[in-house]
Design a protein around this ligand. Structure first.
Ligand SMILES: Cc1ncc(COP(=O)(O)O)c(C=O)c1O
Length: 393
């Protein structure tokens, strides 16, 4: 199976399928009528599937947002950052102590954002280096923490945190566990209930292949109880649009407090149905197969990967440029080869590129994209060994 046309291999936004695009172009409906509630029910049910939560009905008036595991899903009209802000702003009081270990840009954003709403201690590790679990354990053992908040899959550096291990620590020390799962949910194993996670965030445009500008959170009952208690104590952070209390009040009715992102919700519901057709574990496995192929291929070609070996992400691979290459390579790749990958961020800008293996990317597109990347490196006089790209996937 060969791939013609563009190769779009960025770690989100990813390509949307025709069902999603068609849904996005549906003529306007009202925000409060039964048609939108039907959409919300489908979306809620699909979100529960993507979050790896217990199933719910996809029919309106059936509590589609909740399930036997006690988690509820809440859709946020805004990108992943808005959903993360809803979590941090509502769950904490200004004095709550929250530990945020990081090894990339998005973890650092969790720390930076968290500092607006609570008392954050930022354990900053080098981008791509695994967390020092001994140091985290030591910190947690000192007590007095309200939560540990992490970016689960660090898209900027291609590293996935060992969430099971961190969850175990959180449970042992009685602290809440909060995850930015923006590029993990739907793309690699996430187990909110098993991990006792209080909140997990996802953005539509990443592993679930939905549109940009809409996101969701999954929260457990303890999270909800804490938000309500903090509000009742009059100790909450200022929020209005992202206030979780009105969202909780509307959830049972398959509604949102403000005019929702109606068409994006339709598109996302369609994309989540595609995810269900593929099967969650099948998607995790396809993303893993693609990422493993990319890693092995580029290592054999002599490139260096940014992330520590045992923690490499299966939805995004961060690869360092060889000596003499910068983002001119990406420009040429886009213009001459109709192939897009993404560059490095902040201090790694111009020093690396990242290949996404998330969403619905078929293996044929990854193979073709990798062949074009190799050709483009050769255009820049980079001497690479001959390889059989297909054999890596
Ligand atoms: C892990 C992670 N967290 C947060 C974000 C920010 O999400 P958004 O741009 O949807 O607000 C991104 C975006 O790339 C991400 O990859």
């Amino acid at each position: 199976m060969s791939h013609d046309g563009d190769c779009f291999l960025v770690p989100g936004p990813v390509r949307m399928n025709s069902a999603c695009l068609e849904a996005l172009s549906t003529p306007a409906i009202t925000a409060r009528g039964s048609e939108f509630r039907d959409i919300m029910a489908r979306l809620n049910s699909g979100l529960r599937y993507a979050f790896n939560l217990s199933p719910s009905s996809d029919k309106r008036k059936n509590e589609s947002w909740s399930g036997d595991d006690g988690y509820k899903v809440i859709t946020v009209s805004g990108s992943g950052t808005a959903a993360m802000e809803m979590v941090m702003a509502n769950r904490f009081r200004p004095n709550d102590r929250v530990l945020v270990p990081t090894n990339g840009k998005f973890g650092e954003r969790v720390a930076e954002m968290g500092a607006r709403f609570c008392n954050v201690k930022h354990l900053k590790y080098e981008w791509g280096r695994a967390f020092d679990f001994g140091e985290i354990e030591e910190q947690l053992a000192r007590g007095n923490w309200e939560a540990l908040a992490i970016c689960h899959n660090e898209t900027s550096s291609g590293i996935t945190q060992d969430a099971a291990e961190l969850a175990e620590m959180c449970q042992r020390h009685g602290v809440a566990f909060i995850l930015d799962g923006i590029t993990s949910v739907g793309g690699l194993p996430v187990h909110p209930e098993e991990w006792g996670a209080e909140a997990v965030v996802v953005g539509a445009q990443k592993c679930t292949a939905g549109p940009s500008g809409i996101a969701a959170i999954a929260v457990n009952q303890r999270f909800i109880d804490r938000c309500i208690a903090i509000r009742n104590q009059d100790d909450s952070n200022p929020t209005y649009y992202l206030d979780i209390i009105p969202a909780l009040k509307k959830g049972s009715d398959d509604q949102t407090p403000w005019t929702p992102a109606i068409n994006p919700a339709m598109g996302w519901a369609a994309a989540l149905e595609t995810l269900k057709e593929e099967g969650l574990e099948n998607r995790w496995n396809r993303c893993k197969m693609l990422a493993e192929g990319v890693r092995k291929l580029f290592l054999d070609l002599g490139f260096e990967l940014l992330a520590d070996e045992f923690f490499r992400s299966t939805t995004v691979t961060a690869i360092l440029y060889p000596e003499g290459i910068n983002d001119d390579w990406r420009t040429r790749l886009k213009e001459e080869y109709s192939t897009q990958v993404i560059g490095g961020q902040d201090h790694l800008k111009g020093k690396m590129f990242r290949i996404g293996s998330m969403g619905e990317t078929p293996v044929s597109e990854m193979i073709e994209g990798c062949k074009r990347m190799i050709s483009c490196f050769k255009d820049f006089e980079i001497d690479l060994p001959e390889v059989d790209v297909e054999s890596y996937f």
